[in-house]
Design a protein around this ligand. Sequence first.
Ligand code: FAD
Length: 354
Amino acid sequence: MKDILDTIVIGGGQAGLASGFHLQKKGLRFLILEASNQIGGSWPSYYDSLKLFSPASVSSLPGMKFPGSQNHYPKRDEVIRYLQEYKKKFQLPVLINQRVDLIENNKIGFIVRTDTGEIFQARTIINATGSFNNPYIPKIQGGEVFQGKTLHSSEYRNTKAFHNQRVIVVGGGNSAVQIAIELSEVSKTTLSVRQPIKFVKQRLLGLDIHYWLKIIGFDTFPFWRFGKTAPRTNAVNDTGRYKDRISKGNPEQRLMFTSFYEDGVIWPDGEREPVDTIIYATGFRPHLPYMKLLGALDGEGMPLQKAGISIIPGLYYVGLEGQRSFASATLRGVGEDAEYVVKDLLHHLKSRNF
Ligand code: FAD
């Protein structure tokens, strides 16, 4: 058993690194445990063509500006490099290849066990594991009889495997639209949506929409102060190109199919259509099985928390969707959430005379 640390951060993605920045600033003793063998969180697993929906000017973590022109929309690999540089610049103590598989509490705080057999002790925990490891796929009638291919957007990388296919992308958010647009270059593609896609103008008066959302306070509106998490928004940022393509039917937009049959889907008007592949761009949900002994989760496995502060004293979250604002689970919002959580964590340590 090792020394008792002030904090263990679980997950070395943007949320874990931003937490590390603020813990370091307060002079706390901590480690960041990362399951994978690299820094960059889930970004290396995102699809090849991914570009940020916010420009560099509003996509920085605390203490280090995103490099390059502040007006450009960084690509996936730029984000990975940025996170790697961030870890280096602040010399954040990340241990890779350490997947946490159990946390227990004791009088001092927490005992953390990893899949390598190592055991760590800390007075507090910040969970920053994102939700990419738990893709959400809705249950649709007849799903078990469908003989075609189904995958989640988390498994999608590029168009290579889908040439000349009949593809349906389920979902109406940014990922669904971006994937459907690029697939429609090589395959007959439909976006299957619960409600018509809502577009938000990417730029207003020459500036990116995120600049304005920040100015009017929409982006950082503190839902948590009213005991709520920020509602999910499914609006798609668009320069006009996506709307134009979809209005021309390439890709086509259609209200959600109601069920499957062996060869394809059945649309609300009863039409049966053969389909090769269904791609679910239907998001993710937190999955925290290693916390099962803590009493920190509700019946559905969701964290019982407010603004990132768990009902279990000393346990915190950074990076949960909507935990304090619309921006909580994004590069632009995670730094403020990490700062808020670390402030409370410090009070907790002081109140226990640690
Ligand atoms: P992750 O990046 O998922 O990092 C979590 C880390 O925890 C991972 O490295 C994982 O290996 C590790 N981990 C998991 N379980 C354990 C465990 N048990 N023990 C130890 N380590 C563990 N945001 C934006 O700001 N702009 C965008 O344009 C944007 N585009 C997106 C596009 C897609 C397709 C997706 C899915 C998300 C996008 N996001 C975007 C949202 C968000 O910024 C990213 O999802 C980001 O990766 C979340 O960072 P995170 O650190 O919270 O989680």
